[in-house]
Design a protein around this ligand. Sequence first.
Ligand SMILES: Nc1ccn([C@@H]2O[C@H](COP(=O)(O)OP(=O)(O)OP(=O)(O)O)[C@@H](O)[C@H]2O)c(=O)n1
Ligand SMILES: C[C@](O)(CO)[C@H](O)COP(=O)(O)O
Length: 247
Amino acid sequence: MPTGPRVIAAVLAGGVGARMGADTPKQLLPLEGRPIIEHSIAAFEACPEVDEIVVLMVDAYLDRVREIVAEAGFAKVGAILPGGATRTETSYAALSATASAADTDLVLLHDAARPLVRAETVAACVSALDSAGAVGVAVPSADTVVRVVPGRGGEAIADVPPRTELRRMQTPQGFRLGVVRRAYELAMADPALVATDDCGVVLRYLPDEEVRIVPGDESNIKVTNPGDVEVAETLLRRMRGRAGAGA
Ligand SMILES: Nc1ccn([C@@H]2O[C@H](COP(=O)(O)OP(=O)(O)OP(=O)(O)O)[C@@H](O)[C@H]2O)c(=O)n1
Ligand SMILES: C[C@](O)(CO)[C@H](O)COP(=O)(O)O
């Protein structure tokens, strides 16, 4: 029987959460009684499109993640590995962990700090990878976004890009493995590498590769600053309320 490509989700949790300023990395903070990272892993565990999950965690907390995975009974988690010093290095470590997969298989790179990702969004990413080598989840910007430069008395506006052309990137960001492997090979050899997301790495190092946008949703927030856990709890309750009303 013909089978499709294998889909591997990588949950990136190698960050220390400096902006959150908590005693532990923010992905271990409780969100309605369960660690944020548990929600993020659970989202992929529940997706029928996903075959396997790899978790990349801050070295000192690997045992804590092993406990979380064992207690939750996540059957798809195949590896729990140390992250890197930057998000980009953690993404690269995730790709190294998929070495036995084929170039035609798919990888979804997801921030552990986005615990509210919906199953529909994951499914849309996987589906877009039927006809694209790289896809990123994004939402329109409600605000006008400007580019700034140093001015005489502080920052000054250099440019106001048309808002209709702007999107705010979220995760997951999904790739055919052959595409993202090639991009990262070039990126990691570049001493001037600066990246804030994985689609940006593909766009920069493989400029001929179209990076497709998949519509995300506003509730897929990245827990980043103090107060964001409370916002995520409110959104989670609202999402559950909607799901309950639709049931
Ligand atoms: N070295 C790193 C840095 C970040 N991340 C992950 O990338 C996601 C988005 O990064 P961010 O929100 O910046 O997390 P932190 O780096 O932990 O936050 P901060 O910048 O405030 O320290 C998070 O799930 C984070 O754990 C990672 O896997 N490895
Ligand atoms: C990948 C990302 O979540 C897309 O918005 C974001 O760029 C991560 O940035 P961070 O500085 O690591 O939070």
